[in-house]
Design a protein around this ligand. Structure first.
Ligand code: PAF
Length: 301
């Protein structure tokens, strides 16, 4: 997995992962790599990413982490320029997690021409995150397809925190017959409930405290599941209404209880699995979170 003498099952030396910047370097690094697991990321790696890497490590001969802040998935007024970037720190973290290869291409390498052909995310890609961030999922599915074609992984690991993203990636693979297994990793949370996110670094202490309302709302919603879909929405909404008056306030973008197969709103009589998803802004930082809930059949008595 390196230009120097190979050691260990994946051929990587003890000095940490090989960092490659181009498709040609990537192919050389992956010669004879065995079963390859890909963890696609935009860098600014944190504990949540570590858990994805560990899952990949358990199942792969060679683990590749891609680090690429994908301009195609950011809207014109979004935080592309201020998105945190720290390749040396990311590489060190990957070394601690026994990653074999870090693929960190430049934007000009991934997009040598203006991208003309893209992967349309369909109706599911226009709901929730897609409604708030038009074109976001086309950008995500396009870069994920490119990464799959470049890395050619046997499997790829995505975090459940981006519930709509992983649902769409599963459909991408199914609808386009891509030969990649998609592995979902549970959301990693701090002890106070805040979901790990690269954007958490932007929160000051007071904003972080306000941001806890997101996970609190999801817990309240999940606890109301035995009473049905409307009760779930109401319980979560009550927490967020209160947080709207906090200092600093939690400015709600959406709170939705959706069918996990389509991300369309779950009707009041919905039964079985559903996703309770929230997006909100605290200060200038936009946060998302979600939880799976099961709406059981009502007892007819
Ligand atoms: O979840 C992310 O970090 C990104 O959306 C992904 C999957 C790496 C594509 O740029």
């Amino acid at each position: 997995m390196t230009e120097t003498a190979p050691s260990g099952p994946s051929g990587r030396t003890a000095g940490g992962p090989v960092v490659v910047r181009t498709p040609a370097e990537l192919r050389r690094a992956l010669a004879g790599a065995g079963r390859v697991g890909l963890v696609p990321t935009m860098g600014a790696l944190h504990g949540g990413h570590r858990s994805l890497m560990r899952l990949a490590r358990e199942q792969a001969d060679s683990v590749v982490v891609s680090v690429f802040v994908n301009p195609l998935q950011f809207g014109p007024n979004e935080d592309l320029d201020r998105y945190p970037r720290d390749l040396p720190g990311d590489t060190a973290l990957c070394g601690e997690e026994d990653v074999d290869v870090v693929f960190a291409p430049e934007a000009a390498t991934m997009y040598p021409l203006p991208q003309m052909v893209t992967v349309d995310a369909g109706a599911m890609g226009e709901r929730l995150e897609g409604a708030s961030r038009p074109g976001h999922f086309t950008g995500v599915l396009t870069v994920v397809t490119k990464l799959f074609n470049l890395v050619r992984p046997d499997f790829a690991v995505f975090g459940a925190k981006d519930a709509q993203q992983i649902a769409l990636v599963r459909r991408l693979v199914a609808d386009l017959n891509l030969p990649v297994e998609i592995v979902g990793a549970p959301t990693l949370r701090d002890p106070d409930g805040l979901a790990s996110s690269s954007r958490n670094v932007f929160l000051d202490t007071a904003q972080r405290t306000s941001a806890l309302a997101l996970s609190r709302a999801l817990r309240a919603g999940a606890e109301a599941a035995p009473a049905g879909a409307e009760a779930v929405r109401e319980a979560a909404r009550a927490v967020l209404d209160e947080a709207a008056g906090a200092t600093p306030p939690v400015e709600l973008d959406y709170l939705a209880l959706v069918d996990p197969a389509t991300f369309a709103d779950a009707p009041a009589d919905h039964r079985g699995e559903a996703v309770l998803a929230v997006a909100a802004r605290v200060g200038t930082t936009r946060l998302i979170d979600n939880v799976s809930v099961t709406l059981a059949e009502r007892d007819p008595r």
